[in-house]
Design a protein around this ligand. Structure first.
Ligand code: S3P
Length: 203
């Protein structure tokens, strides 16, 4: 994937619901491309000295999103070509979404609710999932957020398959996306909506 990492002129940013595998896939993707990896929740934690979950609980959705917007903008402003995993709500914020779509390649990792529920059940670090039924909450968030996530340049449907397969699908889709931009002028093409690059990782 040397060629791909050389033709990248922007960061790759992973978006999607909690449990979609943004951090795990992002870390592996970065390794395959020989690029640095950064997790926006981790960057928030480094800046604030509290975990994203604790900050969310303490300050509430609006203040958390304001801080998250600044941190994600800083990560992109730094200008390094790298892989960035975002917290599940970051891309839902309209200003963050617009900035990311202009200045990065955005990839929606889309996984079925039962898989998200199973994965997020392994650790109790997400305030949004603490009350009630995890699967039902994820289902609701999925409905509320789908129209935002679907604005990502690339959609990768992942199932129970290995993360390695998801990484392969992302690499192929990013390659195809960059090819689709050749001749389309600078910046992301408005013709390259999510359908143009809708991929499934092998289940
Ligand atoms: C959130 C997702 C979390 C974290 C916070 C809010 C969300 O990140 O930012 O708890 O609104 O979906 P992960 O998607 O990395 O779990």
């Amino acid at each position: 994937m040397r060629k791909l990492s050389q033709s990248l002129d922007r960061p790759i940013v992973l978006v999607g619901l909690m449990g979609a595998g943004k951090s795990t896939v992002g870390r592996r993707l970065a390794r395959r491309l020989g690029l640095p990896f950064i997790d926006s929740d981790q960057a928030i934690e480094d800046a604030a000295g509290l975990s994203a979950g604790e900050l969310f609980e303490r300050f509430g959705d609006k203040d958390f999103r304001d801080g998250e917007r600044r941190v994600v903008a800083r990560l992109v402003d730094e200008g390094d070509i790298r892989v960035i995993a975002t917290g599940g709500g970051a891309y839902v914020d309209p200003a963050t979404r617009e900035m990311l779509n202009q200045r990065a390649i955005t990839v929606w990792l889309d996984a079925p609710i039962d898989i998200l529920a199973e994965r997020t059940g392994r650790r109790d670090t997400r305030p949004l999932l603490r009350d009630g039924n995890r699967a039902r909450t994820l289902e609701r968030l999925s409905k509320e957020r789908e129209s935002a996530y679907s604005q990502a340049h690339i959609r990768i449907r992942s199932g129970e398959g290995a993360h390695r397969d998801v990484v392969d699908s992302v690499l192929e889709a990013v390659d195809a996306y960059l090819d689709s931009l050749v001749g389309a002028g600078p910046g992301p093409s408005s013709d390259s909506g999510p359908d143009a690059n809708d991929r499934s990782a092998p289940a």
